[in-house]
Design a protein around this ligand. Structure first.
Ligand code: NAP
Length: 535
């Protein structure tokens, strides 16, 4: 048992969400002593913190789950096609209990620094409770979207009402009945929360800077027949996910170019997939994410949908995205999002041309007008991918800070390691498919790759691993090259750090596909960890 004082273990894992729990399980299997530090009061990561109304996953429930235990697969049953936050949190708690994982986790404890000592080949990890732990391996399982971004509007401290960030939602929930609520932000989170808050609030003001494309999820209960079929076919399903581009399957194989079919046929195809739900329309043709003209056809289709759903033409116009190709920002998925603007208690406020000037004592001022509010909800997203790592003072060889090394953008080899930081492994780090994939699939792949690597090191009597300079440079160039082949870089998205003032604009995730990436990682390992220096 960890006594809270000085301590030495084989590995420290930071975070007890999907990644940290599975990494702990695999380290235990290897017989390694492990300490997991978790800032939250319990397991769950993203699903522990993001308890806002309407929080739900955009991956199909059976696909958004662990594959490592056939028994777990068979005993757990999801109730809806897209799982809601409480159900995912219950699942992760079940996993923690079932595999008795909590005993190596220290909760309510944030890692403040991790310094590498080359002489001892050890990481010294310090927490906000003052404990220090020495570890041979340091594994970050900190999530990609776990550092809330809360813009510092002037006057924020003057506001007399309640302020919430969706990523730090009160556990007891919030009752908005009869209240005047302002929501800032219309990303995936805002788009999920707005319809639910609108049903409760007296008056809801949505402060929108950039309109977003959104697809109706068409979430529904899973039938007993579907549960039985999934359970009978998990093995095949996992194989499909692992080889797929996004770690997710709709059972749709994109066919041909959107530019090679008639307008009528294209419309029919889009309409069929729109009615099917979720991101299905993005899978209609092979060139939607690489050819602007093809992309425009789908974008126009969704723009026409917005115009047909939203009754007030002026509101519909403000809700219509024109500044980025569809799918180049993480596409939200909704339940009654555009329909919500037909409610008499919902007002859309365009803060694109008249940015939010200040939060006042009574509410929020924009365009010279003050909106009186009882509560403000920040659905303003996260400092993605690098934010959670930079929150920790990570120093490698020669005392070099990770933040310093990555000042111009993250540099990794395979998104798993960074030169100068030996024995530091990042689960779903920048430069890996991560946020462009169904996370559990990418998480399991990383955890298994890391665990196999540690086993290999033990078997070969190796003490240190870090990337070679050339291998890292080549990987960073490759990540950029494949991103530039797509339309992704055309959007001011959090994928390129555009949501955080001053953050370098580099496309952070790897867009080359989960299946291809897995193969590359496997080849590197099969060649004795090619591109890494092992000593
Ligand atoms: P986000 O996509 O970054 O959206 C933040 C929103 O806040 C944007 O509309 C942004 O406007 C607005 N905003 C930020 N600063 C502002 C300012 N100073 N003034 C006015 N508006 C401002 O964050 P998110 O919605 O939390 O989503 C982040 C990611 O989390 C998603 O893309 C997704 O990967 C994940 N997520 C997944 C699910 C799911 O699976 N269902 C649900 C929620 C989130 P601009 O666009 O103009 O910057």
């Amino acid at each position: 048992m960890f006594d809270g004082q000085s301590h030495a273990v084989d590995a420290v894992v930071i975070g007890a969400g999907f990644s940290g729990l599975y990494q702990l399980y695999r380290l235990r299997e290897l017989g390694m002593t492990t300490r997991v530090f978790e800032a939250g009061g319990d397991v769950g990561g993203t699903w522990y913190w993001n308890r806002y109304p309407g929080a739900r996953c955009d991956s199909f429930s059976a696909q958004y789950s662990y594959s490592f235990s056939p028994e777990l697969e068979q005993e757990w049953e999801w109730s809806e096609t897209y799982p809601a936050q409480p159900e995912i949190l219950r699942y992760l708690n079940h996993v923690a209990d079932r595999f008795d994982l909590r005993r190596e986790i220290t909760f309510n404890t944030r890692v403040s620094s991790a310094h590498y000592d080359p002489a001892a080949n050890r990481w010294t990890v310090t927490t906000d409770s003052g404990a220090t732990v020495a570890a041979t391996y340091l594994i970050t399982a900190v999530g990609c979207l776990s550092t809330p971004n809360k813009p510092s509007f002037p006057g924020i401290d003057d506001f007399k009402g309640a302020v919430y960030h969706t990523g730090l939602w009160p556990h007891a929930g919030v009752d908005f009945s009869g209240r005047r609520v302002g929501v800032i932000g219309t990303g995936s989170t805002g788009i999920q929360a707005i319809p639910v808050i609108a049903e409760q609030a007296g008056q809801l003001y949505v402060f929108q800077r950039t309109p977003n494309f959104s697809f109706p999820a068409r979430n529904r209960a899973v039938t007993p027949e579907e549960i039985a079929e999934t359970k009978a076919n998990y093995h095949e399903l996992r194989a499909i996910l692992r080889a797929s581009p996004g770690g997710l399957t709709y059972g749709i194989d994109p066919q041909g170019s959107a530019l090679e079919v008639s307008a009528e046929e294209r419309e029919r195809t889009f309409e069929g997939l729109w009615n099917r739900g979720g991101w299905a329309p993005l899978l209609a043709y092979t060139d939607l994410q690489i050819n602007l003209a093809a992309n425009n056809h789908l974008a126009d289709f969704v723009r026409r949908k917005i115009a047909s759903i939203v009754k007030d033409p002026a509101t519909a116009r403000v809700l219509t995205p024109t500044d980025h190709p569809i799918g180049t920002k993480r596409p939200p998925m909704d339940t009654n999002y555009f329909e919500t603007y037909n409610r008499p208690n919902v007002t859309l406020v365009d803060v694109r041309n008249a940015p939010i000037e200040a939060i006042t004592e009574k509410g929020l001022r924009t365009g010279g007008k003050e909106y009186e509010l009882d509560a403000i909800v920040f659905a303003t997203g996260f400092d993605a991918m690098t934010g959670p790592l930079f929150r920790i003072d990570i120093r490698g060889k020669d005392g070099m800070a990770l933040k310093e090394k990555w000042a111009g953008g993250p540099k990794t080899y395979l998104g798993i390691q960074s030169e100068g930081f030996p024995n530091l492994f990042m689960i779903t780090g920048p430069g890996s498919p991560s946020v462009l994939s169904n996370m559990p699939v990418s998480i399991e792949q990383h955890v298994e790759w890391i665990s196999d690597c540690l086993k290999y090191m033990r078997e070969h009597d190796l003490a240190r691993i870090e990337p070679l300079h050339e291998a890292e440079e080549a990987w960073v160039a490759h990540v950029n090259e494949v991103a530039n082949y797509t339309l992704y870089p055309l959007a001011n998205s959090w994928y390129i750090g555009a949501n955080i003032p001053g953050k370098p604009r580099i496309f952070m995730p790897y867009v080359g596909g989960v299946g291809n990436y897995r193969q590359k990682c496997a080849e590197v390992a099969a060649r004795g960890y090619e591109g890494f220096a092992l000593t």
